[in-house]
Design a protein around this ligand. Structure first.
Ligand code: ZN
Ligand code: ZN
Length: 165
């Protein structure tokens, strides 16, 4: 099963949320550990150091996972232009894909679109399965061309929702 653009973007957003959460969580864990070790093992400073190293390592790993996210449309590093990082970019720096698309299909909608894909030829008109343009949310029902009539965005349905294989 290959994942589609929508799922890929969801993953990118999830990684960013984890990044925002991990630093306050690390601070909290270390504060609690400082109080705890002081009470229970006043002589043991290594324990606190170990908590600091492990939680810091976890935060670094979460940051790296976010920073090196790949764009689900073009495959390039979402936040990097060459060696320059742009962590606050809201769209892929290579192909312009927005991190939060205008239309986000539910799991059920993606499933229904995949079922249609599996049963139809690639150029058949798009049935009423709720497919909309990811750039402008224009409904794509009935289209034969794979180009949004509203904003001109080219798309491949199988890239949008992914395919089961
Ligand atoms: Zn891209
Ligand atoms: Zn569009």
């Amino acid at each position: 099963m290959t994942i589609g653009i929508y799922e890929g973007l969801r993953k990118i957003r999830r990684r960013r949320r984890a990044l925002w959460l991990c630093f306050p969580a690390m601070a909290l864990v270390n504060i609690l550990a400082a109080f705890g070790t002081q009470r229970l093992f006043p002589e043991n400073t290594r324990l606190l150091f170990a908590v600091f190293i492990v939680s810091g390592g976890a935060c670094l790993a979460i940051s790296a996972r976010d920073a090196f996210s790949r764009c689900p449309r073009c495959g390039h590093l979402f936040y990097w232009l060459g060696v320059l990082p742009f962590g606050f970019a809201r769209a892929c720096l290579h192909c312009g894909l927005k991190r939060t698309p205008k239309w986000n299909p539910t799991d059920d909608q993606r499933q229904e679109i995949r079922r249609w894909l599996a049963a139809s030829s690639p150029r058949s008109p798009i049935p009423d399965v709720g497919l909309c343009c990811l750039a402008c949310a224009y409904p794509l029902t009935g289209l034969v061309d794979r180009k949004c009539p509203e904003c001109g965005e080219d798309f491949k349905v199988e890239n949008l929702v992914g395919i089961e294989n």
